[in-house]
Design a protein around this ligand. Structure first.
Ligand SMILES: NC(=O)c1ccc[n+]([C@@H]2O[C@H](COP(=O)([O-])OP(=O)(O)OC[C@H]3O[C@@H](n4cnc5c(N)ncnc54)[C@H](O)[C@@H]3O)[C@@H](O)[C@H]2O)c1
Length: 383
Protein backbone atom coordinates (compact mmCIF):
# COMPACT_ATOMS: atom_id res chain seq x y z
CA UNK A 1 0.00 0.00 0.00
CA UNK A 2 1.21 3.49 -0.78
CA UNK A 3 2.77 5.39 2.10
CA UNK A 4 2.53 9.05 2.98
CA UNK A 5 5.75 9.59 4.94
CA UNK A 6 5.65 12.14 7.76
CA UNK A 7 9.01 13.15 9.25
CA UNK A 8 8.83 13.40 13.05
CA UNK A 9 11.54 14.75 15.35
CA UNK A 10 11.29 13.01 18.73
CA UNK A 11 13.05 14.98 21.47
CA UNK A 12 13.46 13.48 24.95
CA UNK A 13 13.26 9.93 23.66
CA UNK A 14 15.56 8.56 26.36
CA UNK A 15 13.05 9.60 29.05
CA UNK A 16 10.30 7.51 30.61
CA UNK A 17 7.47 8.99 28.56
CA UNK A 18 9.43 9.67 25.37
CA UNK A 19 10.71 6.11 25.12
CA UNK A 20 7.99 3.86 26.43
CA UNK A 21 4.74 5.65 25.62
CA UNK A 22 5.60 7.75 22.59
CA UNK A 23 8.32 5.85 20.73
CA UNK A 24 7.55 2.21 21.54
CA UNK A 25 3.85 2.10 22.39
CA UNK A 26 2.75 4.78 19.90
CA UNK A 27 4.95 5.50 16.88
CA UNK A 28 6.65 2.12 16.50
CA UNK A 29 3.31 0.44 17.16
CA UNK A 30 1.79 2.56 14.39
CA UNK A 31 4.55 1.38 12.03
CA UNK A 32 4.00 -2.22 13.14
CA UNK A 33 0.33 -1.97 12.20
CA UNK A 34 1.27 -0.57 8.78
CA UNK A 35 0.70 3.14 9.44
CA UNK A 36 -2.47 5.18 9.86
CA UNK A 37 -5.10 5.18 7.09
CA UNK A 38 -5.17 8.53 5.25
CA UNK A 39 -8.15 9.91 3.37
CA UNK A 40 -6.52 9.34 -0.05
CA UNK A 41 -6.24 5.62 0.64
CA UNK A 42 -2.53 5.72 1.50
CA UNK A 43 -1.05 5.00 4.95
CA UNK A 44 0.48 7.77 7.02
CA UNK A 45 3.95 6.53 7.84
CA UNK A 46 6.03 8.07 10.69
CA UNK A 47 9.68 8.58 9.70
CA UNK A 48 11.51 9.14 12.97
CA UNK A 49 14.53 11.24 13.93
CA UNK A 50 15.56 10.75 17.54
CA UNK A 51 16.96 13.82 19.30
CA UNK A 52 18.62 14.02 22.70
CA UNK A 53 21.73 14.99 24.62
CA UNK A 54 23.57 11.68 24.63
CA UNK A 55 24.51 10.26 21.20
CA UNK A 56 25.45 6.91 22.69
CA UNK A 57 22.04 6.37 24.27
CA UNK A 58 20.29 7.53 21.09
CA UNK A 59 22.38 5.15 18.97
CA UNK A 60 21.53 2.30 21.31
CA UNK A 61 17.77 3.03 21.12
CA UNK A 62 17.95 3.46 17.33
CA UNK A 63 19.73 0.17 16.92
CA UNK A 64 17.37 -1.68 19.26
CA UNK A 65 14.43 -0.63 17.10
CA UNK A 66 15.94 -0.72 13.62
CA UNK A 67 16.01 3.07 13.23
CA UNK A 68 18.85 5.02 11.62
CA UNK A 69 18.25 8.75 12.15
CA UNK A 70 19.38 10.33 15.41
CA UNK A 71 21.22 13.49 16.40
CA UNK A 72 22.16 15.70 19.34
CA UNK A 73 21.73 18.77 17.11
CA UNK A 74 18.12 19.89 17.33
CA UNK A 75 18.70 22.88 15.04
CA UNK A 76 19.99 20.59 12.28
CA UNK A 77 16.93 18.35 12.65
CA UNK A 78 14.67 21.40 12.50
CA UNK A 79 16.47 22.67 9.40
CA UNK A 80 15.70 19.44 7.54
CA UNK A 81 12.63 19.90 5.32
CA UNK A 82 11.83 16.19 5.50
CA UNK A 83 10.84 16.72 9.14
CA UNK A 84 7.30 18.06 9.41
CA UNK A 85 6.49 17.47 13.08
CA UNK A 86 8.44 18.32 16.22
CA UNK A 87 7.51 16.30 19.32
CA UNK A 88 8.73 17.18 22.82
CA UNK A 89 8.93 14.79 25.79
CA UNK A 90 11.86 16.52 27.45
CA UNK A 91 11.82 17.61 31.06
CA UNK A 92 9.27 20.41 31.37
CA UNK A 93 11.81 23.17 31.94
CA UNK A 94 13.48 22.57 28.54
CA UNK A 95 10.26 22.56 26.55
CA UNK A 96 9.42 26.18 25.82
CA UNK A 97 12.78 27.02 24.20
CA UNK A 98 12.66 23.98 21.92
CA UNK A 99 9.02 24.53 20.89
CA UNK A 100 9.74 28.17 20.05
CA UNK A 101 12.57 27.02 17.76
CA UNK A 102 10.33 24.40 16.16
CA UNK A 103 7.55 26.90 15.46
CA UNK A 104 10.10 29.34 14.08
CA UNK A 105 11.29 26.57 11.74
CA UNK A 106 7.68 26.08 10.57
CA UNK A 107 7.19 22.61 12.06
CA UNK A 108 3.89 21.32 13.36
CA UNK A 109 4.32 20.72 17.09
CA UNK A 110 2.98 18.04 19.38
CA UNK A 111 4.14 17.93 23.00
CA UNK A 112 3.86 16.31 26.38
CA UNK A 113 2.10 18.32 29.04
CA UNK A 114 2.51 20.78 30.68
CA UNK A 115 2.92 22.96 27.59
CA UNK A 116 5.24 25.33 29.47
CA UNK A 117 6.20 26.16 33.04
CA UNK A 118 3.84 29.11 33.31
CA UNK A 119 0.60 30.34 31.85
CA UNK A 120 1.95 33.39 30.01
CA UNK A 121 4.61 31.32 28.28
CA UNK A 122 1.97 28.73 27.30
CA UNK A 123 -0.29 31.42 25.86
CA UNK A 124 2.63 32.89 23.96
CA UNK A 125 3.39 29.47 22.41
CA UNK A 126 -0.28 29.18 21.39
CA UNK A 127 -0.10 32.65 19.85
CA UNK A 128 3.16 31.95 18.01
CA UNK A 129 1.86 28.65 16.62
CA UNK A 130 -1.34 30.30 15.41
CA UNK A 131 0.60 33.20 13.83
CA UNK A 132 2.92 30.79 12.01
CA UNK A 133 -0.01 28.62 10.96
CA UNK A 134 1.46 25.37 12.28
CA UNK A 135 -0.67 22.54 13.67
CA UNK A 136 -0.25 22.12 17.40
CA UNK A 137 -1.30 19.70 20.08
CA UNK A 138 -0.71 18.70 23.69
CA UNK A 139 -0.88 15.18 25.11
CA UNK A 140 -4.16 14.62 26.97
CA UNK A 141 -3.80 10.87 27.31
CA UNK A 142 -6.24 10.32 30.18
CA UNK A 143 -9.15 11.15 27.85
CA UNK A 144 -8.31 8.09 25.77
CA UNK A 145 -8.09 5.61 28.64
CA UNK A 146 -10.80 2.95 28.73
CA UNK A 147 -12.07 3.88 32.21
CA UNK A 148 -12.49 7.55 31.35
CA UNK A 149 -13.97 6.81 27.93
CA UNK A 150 -16.62 4.74 29.64
CA UNK A 151 -17.24 7.60 32.07
CA UNK A 152 -17.63 10.01 29.14
CA UNK A 153 -20.04 7.58 27.49
CA UNK A 154 -22.14 7.56 30.68
CA UNK A 155 -22.20 11.37 30.74
CA UNK A 156 -23.11 11.56 27.05
CA UNK A 157 -25.85 8.97 27.56
CA UNK A 158 -27.46 10.97 30.36
CA UNK A 159 -26.80 8.28 32.98
CA UNK A 160 -26.15 10.68 35.86
CA UNK A 161 -29.16 12.97 35.64
CA UNK A 162 -27.80 16.22 37.11
CA UNK A 163 -24.14 15.81 38.05
CA UNK A 164 -23.51 17.00 41.60
CA UNK A 165 -19.92 16.25 42.47
CA UNK A 166 -16.67 14.56 41.50
CA UNK A 167 -14.20 13.00 43.93
CA UNK A 168 -10.81 12.12 42.52
CA UNK A 169 -8.03 10.27 44.27
CA UNK A 170 -4.66 10.05 42.54
CA UNK A 171 -1.36 8.91 43.90
CA UNK A 172 1.01 6.29 45.19
CA UNK A 173 4.11 6.14 47.31
CA UNK A 174 7.23 7.39 45.51
CA UNK A 175 10.20 6.01 47.37
CA UNK A 176 12.58 8.50 48.91
CA UNK A 177 15.57 7.01 47.10
CA UNK A 178 17.60 5.98 50.14
CA UNK A 179 16.54 2.51 51.21
CA UNK A 180 14.75 1.84 47.89
CA UNK A 181 15.29 3.61 44.55
CA UNK A 182 12.82 6.39 43.71
CA UNK A 183 10.57 5.40 40.81
CA UNK A 184 10.27 8.99 39.51
CA UNK A 185 13.15 11.20 38.30
CA UNK A 186 14.43 13.70 40.89
CA UNK A 187 13.60 16.80 38.78
CA UNK A 188 9.96 16.16 39.71
CA UNK A 189 10.78 17.28 43.27
CA UNK A 190 12.68 20.47 42.34
CA UNK A 191 10.58 23.54 41.53
CA UNK A 192 13.54 25.16 39.75
CA UNK A 193 13.60 22.21 37.28
CA UNK A 194 9.88 22.38 36.47
CA UNK A 195 8.88 19.82 39.13
CA UNK A 196 5.93 19.68 41.51
CA UNK A 197 2.77 17.59 41.54
CA UNK A 198 0.47 20.59 40.96
CA UNK A 199 2.19 21.52 37.69
CA UNK A 200 2.34 17.83 36.79
CA UNK A 201 -1.23 16.78 37.55
CA UNK A 202 -3.52 19.84 37.44
CA UNK A 203 -3.16 20.06 33.62
CA UNK A 204 -4.53 16.49 33.50
CA UNK A 205 -7.37 17.28 35.90
CA UNK A 206 -8.17 20.35 33.85
CA UNK A 207 -8.91 18.52 30.62
CA UNK A 208 -10.55 15.56 32.37
CA UNK A 209 -12.98 17.88 34.16
CA UNK A 210 -13.50 20.28 31.26
CA UNK A 211 -14.05 17.65 28.60
CA UNK A 212 -15.92 15.01 30.55
CA UNK A 213 -17.85 16.98 33.20
CA UNK A 214 -17.78 20.80 32.84
CA UNK A 215 -15.29 23.69 32.57
CA UNK A 216 -13.45 24.74 35.75
CA UNK A 217 -14.44 28.18 37.04
CA UNK A 218 -12.47 28.40 40.31
CA UNK A 219 -9.90 26.51 42.35
CA UNK A 220 -8.96 26.32 46.01
CA UNK A 221 -5.87 24.28 46.78
CA UNK A 222 -3.56 23.33 49.60
CA UNK A 223 -0.16 21.99 48.60
CA UNK A 224 2.50 20.30 50.69
CA UNK A 225 6.03 19.04 50.48
CA UNK A 226 5.53 16.10 52.77
CA UNK A 227 8.92 14.44 52.26
CA UNK A 228 11.62 16.96 53.21
CA UNK A 229 14.63 15.01 51.95
CA UNK A 230 15.15 12.64 49.02
CA UNK A 231 18.05 10.89 47.30
CA UNK A 232 18.62 11.44 43.58
CA UNK A 233 19.71 9.20 40.71
CA UNK A 234 23.38 9.65 41.69
CA UNK A 235 22.84 8.75 45.32
CA UNK A 236 23.11 12.38 46.49
CA UNK A 237 20.77 13.70 49.17
CA UNK A 238 18.74 16.76 48.21
CA UNK A 239 16.03 18.96 49.66
CA UNK A 240 12.84 18.90 47.54
CA UNK A 241 11.71 22.43 46.67
CA UNK A 242 8.50 21.42 44.92
CA UNK A 243 5.15 20.20 46.21
CA UNK A 244 4.65 16.43 46.40
CA UNK A 245 0.93 16.63 47.27
CA UNK A 246 -1.90 18.93 46.19
CA UNK A 247 -5.39 18.88 47.66
CA UNK A 248 -7.72 20.74 45.32
CA UNK A 249 -11.34 21.83 45.23
CA UNK A 250 -12.47 22.74 41.71
CA UNK A 251 -15.72 24.59 41.09
CA UNK A 252 -17.20 23.71 37.71
CA UNK A 253 -19.72 25.44 35.50
CA UNK A 254 -23.28 24.49 36.45
CA UNK A 255 -22.50 24.20 40.15
CA UNK A 256 -20.65 20.86 40.10
CA UNK A 257 -18.00 20.57 42.84
CA UNK A 258 -14.91 18.45 42.18
CA UNK A 259 -12.36 17.54 44.83
CA UNK A 260 -9.17 15.86 43.70
CA UNK A 261 -6.29 14.73 45.89
CA UNK A 262 -2.95 14.24 44.15
CA UNK A 263 -0.07 12.80 46.12
CA UNK A 264 3.26 11.05 45.75
CA UNK A 265 3.22 10.42 49.49
CA UNK A 266 0.18 8.18 49.83
CA UNK A 267 -0.21 4.40 49.91
CA UNK A 268 -2.73 2.84 47.57
CA UNK A 269 -5.90 1.36 49.06
CA UNK A 270 -7.88 1.60 45.84
CA UNK A 271 -8.39 -0.56 42.77
CA UNK A 272 -6.42 1.78 40.47
CA UNK A 273 -3.79 4.53 40.81
CA UNK A 274 -6.38 7.13 39.95
CA UNK A 275 -10.12 6.91 40.54
CA UNK A 276 -12.91 9.42 40.05
CA UNK A 277 -16.28 9.04 41.70
CA UNK A 278 -19.03 11.00 40.01
CA UNK A 279 -22.35 11.39 41.82
CA UNK A 280 -25.50 12.50 40.05
CA UNK A 281 -29.18 12.63 40.88
CA UNK A 282 -29.90 9.47 38.84
CA UNK A 283 -26.74 7.47 39.34
CA UNK A 284 -23.10 7.34 40.37
CA UNK A 285 -19.94 5.97 38.79
CA UNK A 286 -16.40 5.21 39.86
CA UNK A 287 -13.97 5.33 36.94
CA UNK A 288 -10.32 4.34 37.00
CA UNK A 289 -7.79 4.06 34.19
CA UNK A 290 -9.37 0.87 32.86
CA UNK A 291 -12.56 0.05 34.70
CA UNK A 292 -15.74 1.88 35.46
CA UNK A 293 -18.47 0.80 37.87
CA UNK A 294 -21.92 2.25 38.30
CA UNK A 295 -24.81 2.33 40.70
CA UNK A 296 -28.18 3.47 39.41
CA UNK A 297 -30.64 5.30 41.67
CA UNK A 298 -32.95 2.26 41.45
CA UNK A 299 -30.23 0.03 42.90
CA UNK A 300 -29.08 2.42 45.61
CA UNK A 301 -29.21 0.89 49.10
CA UNK A 302 -30.51 2.80 52.13
CA UNK A 303 -27.70 2.73 54.67
CA UNK A 304 -28.64 3.77 58.19
CA UNK A 305 -25.94 5.31 60.34
CA UNK A 306 -25.42 3.14 63.39
CA UNK A 307 -21.84 2.73 64.60
CA UNK A 308 -23.00 0.20 67.20
CA UNK A 309 -23.64 -2.39 64.48
CA UNK A 310 -21.28 -4.00 62.00
CA UNK A 311 -21.64 -2.76 58.40
CA UNK A 312 -24.94 -4.08 57.07
CA UNK A 313 -24.40 -3.76 53.32
CA UNK A 314 -21.73 -5.18 50.99
CA UNK A 315 -21.30 -1.70 49.48
CA UNK A 316 -18.65 -2.49 46.87
CA UNK A 317 -20.49 -5.58 45.66
CA UNK A 318 -23.57 -3.46 44.88
CA UNK A 319 -21.93 -1.78 41.88
CA UNK A 320 -22.13 -2.97 38.28
CA UNK A 321 -19.24 -3.09 35.83
CA UNK A 322 -19.58 -1.01 32.66
CA UNK A 323 -18.72 -3.21 29.65
CA UNK A 324 -15.94 -2.25 27.21
CA UNK A 325 -18.25 -2.38 24.16
CA UNK A 326 -15.28 -1.96 21.84
CA UNK A 327 -11.51 -2.10 21.53
CA UNK A 328 -9.42 0.28 23.61
CA UNK A 329 -5.95 0.81 22.17
CA UNK A 330 -3.04 2.53 24.00
CA UNK A 331 -4.20 6.03 24.96
CA UNK A 332 -1.04 7.81 23.74
CA UNK A 333 -1.19 5.96 20.42
CA UNK A 334 -4.83 6.86 19.83
CA UNK A 335 -4.01 10.54 20.31
CA UNK A 336 -0.91 10.28 18.07
CA UNK A 337 -3.07 8.81 15.31
CA UNK A 338 -5.47 11.72 15.68
CA UNK A 339 -2.61 14.23 15.49
CA UNK A 340 -1.18 12.58 12.36
CA UNK A 341 -4.61 12.71 10.70
CA UNK A 342 -4.86 16.35 11.78
CA UNK A 343 -1.56 17.14 10.04
CA UNK A 344 -2.13 15.09 6.91
CA UNK A 345 -5.89 15.25 6.42
CA UNK A 346 -6.90 18.32 8.41
CA UNK A 347 -9.05 16.20 10.73
CA UNK A 348 -10.19 18.13 13.84
CA UNK A 349 -7.84 18.06 16.83
CA UNK A 350 -9.31 20.00 19.76
CA UNK A 351 -6.42 19.22 22.13
CA UNK A 352 -4.33 22.14 20.89
CA UNK A 353 -1.90 24.58 22.55
CA UNK A 354 -4.75 26.77 23.77
CA UNK A 355 -6.27 23.75 25.53
CA UNK A 356 -2.80 23.00 26.95
CA UNK A 357 -2.45 26.61 28.10
CA UNK A 358 -5.74 26.32 30.01
CA UNK A 359 -4.24 23.33 31.85
CA UNK A 360 -1.18 25.35 32.86
CA UNK A 361 -3.49 28.23 33.86
CA UNK A 362 -5.24 25.90 36.31
CA UNK A 363 -1.94 24.64 37.74
CA UNK A 364 -0.74 28.19 38.22
CA UNK A 365 -4.05 29.19 39.82
CA UNK A 366 -3.82 26.18 42.16
CA UNK A 367 -0.32 27.16 43.24
CA UNK A 368 -1.43 30.76 43.78
CA UNK A 369 -4.43 29.58 45.79
CA UNK A 370 -2.16 27.54 48.04
CA UNK A 371 0.40 30.34 48.40
CA UNK A 372 -2.13 33.05 49.19
CA UNK A 373 -4.59 30.86 51.10
CA UNK A 374 -7.58 31.84 48.98
CA UNK A 375 -9.95 30.74 46.23
CA UNK A 376 -8.79 31.72 42.73
CA UNK A 377 -11.22 32.31 39.90
CA UNK A 378 -10.28 30.97 36.45
CA UNK A 379 -10.58 33.66 33.81
CA UNK A 380 -11.83 32.55 30.41
CA UNK A 381 -9.22 32.84 27.64
CA UNK A 382 -10.61 34.49 24.54
CA UNK A 383 -9.78 32.53 21.34
N1 LIG B 1 1.17 12.36 30.00
C1 LIG B 1 1.58 11.80 31.11
O1 LIG B 1 0.86 11.01 31.73
C2 LIG B 1 2.94 12.10 31.65
C3 LIG B 1 3.49 11.28 32.65
C4 LIG B 1 4.77 11.58 33.12
C5 LIG B 1 5.47 12.67 32.62
N2 LIG B 1 4.90 13.45 31.67
C6 LIG B 1 5.61 14.62 31.13
O2 LIG B 1 6.61 14.15 30.24
C7 LIG B 1 7.79 14.94 30.33
C8 LIG B 1 8.98 14.02 30.60
O3 LIG B 1 8.79 13.34 31.82
P1 LIG B 1 9.52 11.95 32.11
O4 LIG B 1 8.90 11.42 33.34
O5 LIG B 1 9.60 11.13 30.89
O6 LIG B 1 10.97 12.49 32.50
P2 LIG B 1 12.40 11.79 32.31
O7 LIG B 1 13.29 12.46 33.30
O8 LIG B 1 12.28 10.31 32.36
O9 LIG B 1 12.83 12.18 30.83
C9 LIG B 1 13.21 13.48 30.51
C10 LIG B 1 13.83 13.55 29.13
O10 LIG B 1 14.27 14.91 28.92
C11 LIG B 1 15.63 14.90 28.54
N3 LIG B 1 16.28 16.15 28.96
C12 LIG B 1 16.54 17.19 28.14
N4 LIG B 1 17.14 18.18 28.79
C13 LIG B 1 17.27 17.79 30.05
C14 LIG B 1 17.83 18.41 31.20
N5 LIG B 1 18.38 19.62 31.16
N6 LIG B 1 17.79 17.71 32.37
C15 LIG B 1 17.22 16.48 32.44
N7 LIG B 1 16.68 15.84 31.35
C16 LIG B 1 16.72 16.50 30.18
C17 LIG B 1 16.21 13.64 29.17
O11 LIG B 1 17.40 13.26 28.51
C18 LIG B 1 15.07 12.67 28.95
O12 LIG B 1 15.10 12.17 27.63
C19 LIG B 1 7.52 15.96 31.45
O13 LIG B 1 7.19 17.18 30.88
C20 LIG B 1 6.33 15.40 32.20
O14 LIG B 1 5.49 16.42 32.72
C21 LIG B 1 3.66 13.18 31.18
Amino acid sequence: MERTPVGIILNGVTGRMGYRQHLVRSLLAIRDQGGVPARDGSRIWPELTLVGRDAGRLAEIAERHGLSAYTCDLDAALADDANQIYFDAQVTAQREKAIRAAIEAGKHVYTEKPLAEDFLASLELARLAAAKGVRNGVVQDKLFLPGLRKLKRLVDGGFFGRILSVRGEFGYWVFEGDWQDAQRPSWNYRAEDGGGITLDMFPHWHYVLEQIIAPVTAVTAVTATHIPERVDENGARYRPTADDAAYGIFELAGGVVAQINSSWAVRVHRDELVEFQVDGTHGSAVAGLRDCRIQHRGATPMPVWNPDLPVTEPFRAQWQTVPDNGEHDNAFKVQWEAFLRHVVDDEPFPWDFLAGARGVQLAEAGLRSAREGRRVRIEEIPR
